[in-house]
Ligand binder design. Sequence first.
Ligand SMILES: [Zn+2]
Length: 177
Amino acid sequence: MSDSLYVCYKAETSGVSRTFFALSSSDAAERAKALGIDAEPGQIQRAPWGDRFSSRGSVPALLVLSRGFSVGCAECGALIESTGAAVLDSDDPYCSVACSKARDAKAQSLDSALKLGVERARELWPDAEIVNAVIIQGRPRIHFTYGRARHAFWFADADMVDISPTDKAEWLEFLGE
Ligand SMILES: [Zn+2]
């Protein structure tokens, strides 16, 4: 049994056949629309063979394709209907080597943006303790503590540091202002 409440649905239209996860049949109709699938209510049905992947969020592309369904390219969104030119060896499917490489390059630049953000935080606040550094919606965010273990969050591409309003005096003191 999966611990996820989502179950697998399939939408079979004349144009596209996709699988996706939803909470209920009405939820499935909305999600199909959001995915750009123009399906009549009768064209959306349960696909129990995909249920065990619900906590993963997607059915493995090879399994989907082997059942005659399509998957969307994780980079450009193009529909992949056969294994042909597709790159399917990672978690996300890509329609071509070019798309897979484009994604790799993006991942690398995010990774270096993250490292740069951490370096910059260490320069700006040498006494801060960096707790975590993650990419959120494409932006590096550094979480650190200062003073008496107060928490601060900083998007490395912004000027503002997010601190609790009640910690303002301590923050200024920490900055030596
Ligand atoms: Zn693509």
